[in-house]
Design a protein around this ligand. Structure first.
Ligand code: GRF
Length: 192
């Protein structure tokens, strides 16, 4: 299973995927990485992999379609099976969605459909709910609305600070994303 990873920031989920492959827990190959942020720390994390990287800030392109076409052509050149979004802070449009139907995955730091959007952890914390979670889903044209593949619930200890909740969520994410990818990898191999 060949993956194109997409990230805009720290890349701790990308790291979890790299580690899961290295430890033999995930049978997959990282074919390339796409980022929209030239300064993203994720670029440091993938350096040693020597994989092709596309740095594509949206503002460098005439319009959104041109940006998506450049990304589509890049990932298609490596014949990847899935696009794996991991903290990629841009919305994908029809060009990529149609090129990879049901093959774009994302992870979100809440128990969807609760708290979609860019601030899932903070929004749940501020709402004072007793539980939140992590969701892996298939990307569609909406914002965090696609088909849910797996979810984990996390009870919020009322004593926790926002930072403590963030830490807990990230720990769960780092287990869940490689696990779901491995399930997909297994299923895809059984179909071949
Ligand atoms: C994660 O919380 C993920 O759920 C969300 O963005 C964050 C990315 O974190 N989509 P990192 O860059 O993987 O550390």
């Amino acid at each position: 299973m060949k993956l194109a990873l997409f990230a805009s920031g720290n890349g701790s989920n990308v790291q979890a995927i790299i580690d899961a492959i290295a430890f033999g827990k995930l049978q997959a190959e990282i074919s390339c990485l796409v980022t929209d942020k030239p300064q993203a720390y994720v670029l440091e994390r993938v350096k040693h992999l020597n994989i092709p990287v596309l740095i594509a800030p949206l503002k460098d392109f005439e319009n959104r379609d041109e940006w998506e076409l450049a990304i589509r052509d890049f990932v298609q050149s490596f014949q990847v099976d899935y696009l794996v979004l991991a903290g990629f802070m841009r919305i994908l449009g029809p060009i990529l969605l149609n090129a990879y139907p049901n093959r774009i995955l994302n992870i979100h730091p809440s128990y969807l459909p609760n708290f979609p959007g860019a601030h899932g952890i903070r929004d749940a914390y501020q709402a004072g709910v007793s539980e939140t979670g992590v969701t892996v889903f298939i990307v569609d044209e909406g914002i965090d609305t696609g088909q849910i593949l797996e979810q984990v619930k996390i009870k919020i200890d009322p004593q926790w600070t926002l930072e403590e909740l963030e830490k807990k969520i990230h720990q769960v994410e780092h287990q869940l994303y490689p696990k779901v990818l491995q399930q997909i990898s297994k299923k895809d191999r059984s179909l071949k």
